[in-house]
Design a protein around this ligand. Sequence first.
Ligand code: SF4
Length: 90
Amino acid sequence: MWDAEQAECQNQLPLDQRGKAPLIGACKPTRCRNSTVTRTHAPIWLAEEEDLIAMSQDRRLAPPRREAVLIELADVQRITRAFKYQKDSH
Ligand code: SF4
């Protein structure tokens, strides 16, 4: 499902390097229209949410890092909320 025009991972690349291949290290599956999330992926996303919640509560975290974790958590919860909603509505 590679559509270079929609690929979030390409946004940080110089214009002449975009569109050649997915950049896994810069993957943003919560924002990319190329990503596919199904119920089989739920355990991974829910575990990621749990890890980020725990990390955000670590008192040793510097404020900028905590902010980055909370932004990431909000992104992940865009996915996990859908899983929880599906579970509750069945
Ligand atoms: S799903 Fe990830 S690797 Fe694939 S195109 Fe989107 S951002 Fe890139």
